[in-house]
Design a protein around this ligand. Structure first.
Ligand SMILES: Nc1nc2c(c(=O)[nH]1)N[C@H]1C(S)=C(S)[C@@H](COP(=O)(O)O)O[C@H]1N2
Ligand SMILES: [Mo]
Length: 552
């Protein structure tokens, strides 16, 4: 029997270890990348990475599969009689194409060299080359997924030395163990990482969404940040000068409050999926919410730091966050510089939501609010700002959150050719009743409620609803809208409509309801999802269509 060396156990535990103690480590060094460079174990891990695809893609690849089944069969990763036994040390030598790529899961040893070519996005499993997939899978919440285990089991070649397997399990820590508690009203699309939306009918009860009902979209574990220790670093790329600000420094500056809606690019994906499957979380229409945000205008922070005078070559403002993936990379995104420095852009470094400190799930202690722009750029747990010639190099800026033609599939998608989503297009949704509900007809009319919103600071100027599949249209009432003018109108519009149902609907007993909104640019929504379907299921803004039964 071999005894496992401590060094190897540590190496395997790196991503977990780094994530769980992330806040203290990061704050003590204040620079994730510098920290990373100094860390030989991370470097070693880096060498185990084959291919450049990043973690998010693996997560989305398995997100899709997760819908299939969530029960874990007892046979996955358990000891199998008659197979050769390997130690972790032996497995670790198989970490390149040449030596063949082995991974372990519990007591199973797998040769996955031939798995990767046939599975787009599946090359992320290579992060675990020569070691266990568990730290990675636990991070992306793709454990407890029968489909994934079934695939893996096909590549089984042996058993892991029992002692090694035990030691490993004892060293594993759940990177999500310090995530905050959530209100049960939020319905999770995934638990680890936590992604959840409220019931749509509750969402439209309030113009300002209470924090309990505000959807949560996390790609990674929630960092544990001590506000006292918090430092925000600001840098002009290539220049020596950097500025470091504490939370107190930010709070001393003149504060500003804006009301802004944030919407995930994947909002309403569950409708697009009906056309054809996509990779991504199955969001309903409630991955959107409206809140008041208080903080310091980004342009003032840059100005104050003496960083407002820079060369025209700088085109982007990058944001790096404190949440890190299994390879030690931060969540990050960028916005064009004009949006950041224009007073009318209203970009905030927010420390309050609805008048209280930001909840941990929403970015405590500081997040960026980029009104009018897709959720993904509203970076939470902000650690660093970089003024740069280039967009953020993060996975989420480069290889995700981009639109494609319905004719483009994963095999031919060229992410370098598609611009990163910034301003979102106009959309609307019916939040009450739901598809398939049975509803009352009162004086020949039915009551429907919903929201409408447009990116880029455009205002909703009209919402059209139909109860007969688009033959006749009615203009909805605006129930709540803020008075700011475009292009600085950042909040959603809540609407309702009491629409007559025709005789035919009454006799057949159902109504085909649909809604479309028009924004202040007179842009409106596409008629159906077939024509806007895309591989990632983003930008799903077609007419929202539901069918309800009419109570006789
Ligand atoms: N640091 C960090 N910022 C992030 C994310 C993240 O995972 N990490 N998710 C982004 C995405 S995709 C969205 S839609 C919004 C969601 O914000 P919320 O969770 O406060 O609703 O946060 C964005 N900012
Ligand atoms: Mo998002």
């Amino acid at each position: 029997m071999h005894t496992i060396s401590r060094r190897l156990v540590q190496k395997i535990s790196v991503p977990i270890f780094r994530t769980s103690t992330h806040a203290t480590k990061l704050i003590s060094t204040q620079n994730q990348h510098r920290y990373e460079d100094k860390d030989p174990e991370t470097k070693l891990f880096g060498k185990l990475l084959i291919g450049a695809a990043s973690a998010g893609l693996l997560a989305t690849y398995f997100d899709e599969k997760k819908k299939v089944d969530c029960k874990v069969a007892q046979t996955s990763g358990t000891f199998k009689d008659g197979l050769p036994e390997y130690t972790i040390e032996e497995v670790s030598k198989h970490n390149t194409q040449e030596s063949r790529i082995w991974v372990t899961y519990k007591e199973g040893v797998y040769d996955i060299t031939d798995f990767v070519p046939g599975h787009p996005g599946g090359d992320q499993i290579l992060m675990a080359a020569g070691s266990s997939v568990e730290p990675f899978w636990v991070l992306y919440g793709i454990h407890e997924n029968q489909h994934v285990y079934d695939i893996l089991e096909k590549y089984r070649i042996g058993n892991l030395d029992k002692h090694d397997a035990q030691t490993f399990t004892q060293n594993m820590e759940d990177p999500y163990s310090s995530d905050p508690k959530r209100h049960p009203v939020l319905k999770p699309a995934s638990v680890k990482p936590f992604n959840a939306e409220p019931p749509p009918s509750l969402l439209v009860e309030n113009f300002i969404t209470p924090k309990e009902l505000f959807y949560v979209r996390n790609h990674l574990p929630v960092p544990n940040i001590d506000a006292e220790q918090y430092k925000l670093e600001i840098e002009i790329e290539g220049a020596k000068k950097t500025v470091s600000l504490s939370l107190d420094d930010l709070k001393k500056m003149p504060k500003k409050t804006i009301t802004a809606t944030i919407m995930c690019a994947g909002n309403r994906r569950s409708e697009m999926v009906k056309v054809k499957t996509v990779k991504g979380l199955n969001w309903g229409p409630a991955a959107v919410a409206n809140a008041t945000w208080t903080g310091v205008p980004l342009r003032d922070v840059l100005k104050n730091a003496g960083l407002d005078q820079f060369d025209d070559k700088y085109k982007h403002v990058q944001f790096e966050a404190e949440d890190v993936d299994a390879t030690g990379k931060n969540y990050g995104a960028s916005i064009p510089i004009w949006k950041a420095i224009d007073e009318r852009g209203d970009v905030l470094l927010a420390y309050e939501m609805n008048g209280a400190p930001l909840p941990r799930d929403h970015g405590y202690p500081v997040r960026v609010i980029v009104p009018g722009v897709v959720g993904a750029r509203n970076v939470k747990w902000l650690a660093k700002i970089v003024i740069s010639e280039h967009e953020s190099t993060s996975h989420w800026q480069q290889n995700d959150y981009k639109g494609f033609s319905p004719c483009t599939d994963w095999e031919d998608a060229d992410f370098t050719k598609s611009p990163a989503i910034q301003e979102l297009p106009v959309t609307s949704a019916i939040c009450k009743p739901y598809d398939g509900d049975t509803i009352d007809v009162v004086d020949g009319k039915i009551l429907i409620k919903g929201y409408a919103w447009s990116g880029g600071g455009q205002k909703i100027v009209r919402v059209d609803v139909s109860a007969d599949g688009g033959k006749t249209w009615h203009v909805a009432n605006v129930d709540a809208q803020d008075s700011s003018e475009p292009p600085r109108h950042w909040s959603w519009t809540l609407w309702s409509a009491n629409i007559p149902v025709d005789n035919k609907s009454k006799t057949v007993g159902f109504a085909d309801i649909m809604v479309k909104a028009v924004d202040s640019c007179y842009n409106t929504q596409p008629e159906n999802f077939e024509h806007i379907w895309n591989i990632r299921g983003v930008l799903g803004n077609a007419y929202h269509k539901i069918k309800v039964n009419l109570k006789q």
